[in-house]
Write a protein that binds this ligand. Structure first.
Ligand code: 3PY
Ligand code: MG
Length: 251
């Protein structure tokens, strides 16, 4: 099966960056991913690195995304002002958390995002154009990664401005007391509940496939996921390095 990396089949394929390296970001964007997300929650990526990340990804027409460090006004505002075109917000457990994320991500009257000349609007050169489009065009995905979030999935998806969810399987497994067992029946059941709720609400179901294969991508699409982060820079590099070494050692 071949999967086209564009919007025509409504399957959106991106990848994940923990190094924060603009060189790696540029390589990923040039490889053809629709979007590349920088992990500002679990990696040492500062705002200076993130601003270069945005330039590098945009150079090849891919969309720069941020998995922000936390669900806070400034974490979301700064990522947007640097030019993120998609925001993935960790640990959204209920409607109140989801409303907080929407409010941070949207300009008034929908939210409380502050107006300024910034990287996102070419330092003011595209201020009017950017402000007119940002609320509609920037995607906001909230992370479902706790038992509480699964229980509140309908109310989370009912919040206006939430475009969809992104499942965090590792935190989810932790919250069910089965740390790291991301294929455990309880996690599979929780994920199925979330994906079917997304379908019902007409919203995007997303997840990170850390170790992607043709088979698990196909399986995820069949399950109803339409937004997937495939792999991660650190894992791609580590696996390639180990594979070449083991092929030589095996001679
Ligand atoms: C999780 O699995 O909890 C994540 O946040 C994945 O990025
Ligand atoms: Mg997580």
């Amino acid at each position: 099966m071949s999967i086209s990396v564009n919007d025509s089949n409504n399957i959106s394929l991106g990848t994940w960056l923990q190094s924060g390296s603009p060189v790696v970001a540029e390589i990923m964007a040039n490889a053809g991913f629709e979007w590349v997300a920088a992990d500002l929650e679990h990696a040492a990526i500062d705002w200076g690195m993130f601003s270069h990340f945005v330039r590098a990804v945009s150079r090849h027409g891919a969309k720069p995304y941020a998995r922000v460090a936390e669900n806070s006004v400034m974490a979301i505002r700064k990522a947007l002002d640097c030019g993120a075109l998609g925001i993935i917000v960790p640990l959204v457990n209920n409607a109140q958390d989801a409303k907080k994320a929407v409010s941070a991500a949207k300009y008034p009257p929908e939210g409380i995002r502050g107006f300024a000349f910034c990287q996102a609007n070419e330092w003011g050169d595209q201020f009017d154009q950017y402000v007119a489009l940002a609320n509609d065009e920037v995607r906001l995905l909230v992370m479902v990664e706790s038992k509480e979030a699964v229980e509140h999935i309908d109310e989370i998806l009912s919040v206006k401005g939430v475009d969809g969810v992104f499942i965090g399987p590792y935190d989810l497994s932790g919250s069910y007391g089965i740390i790291g067992q991301t294929s455990h029946p309880s996690i599979v059941q929780a994920k199925e509940k979330v994906v079917s709720a997304c379908k019902k609400h007409g919203k995007t179901a997303g997840q990170h496939i850390v170790l992607p294969t043709k088979e698990n991508i196909k399986e995820a699409i069949e399950m109803g996921y339409s937004f997937m982060a495939l792999g991660m820079d650190t894992v791609f590099i580590s696996n390639s390095a180990r594979n070449i070494l083991s092929s030589v050692e095996g001679e």
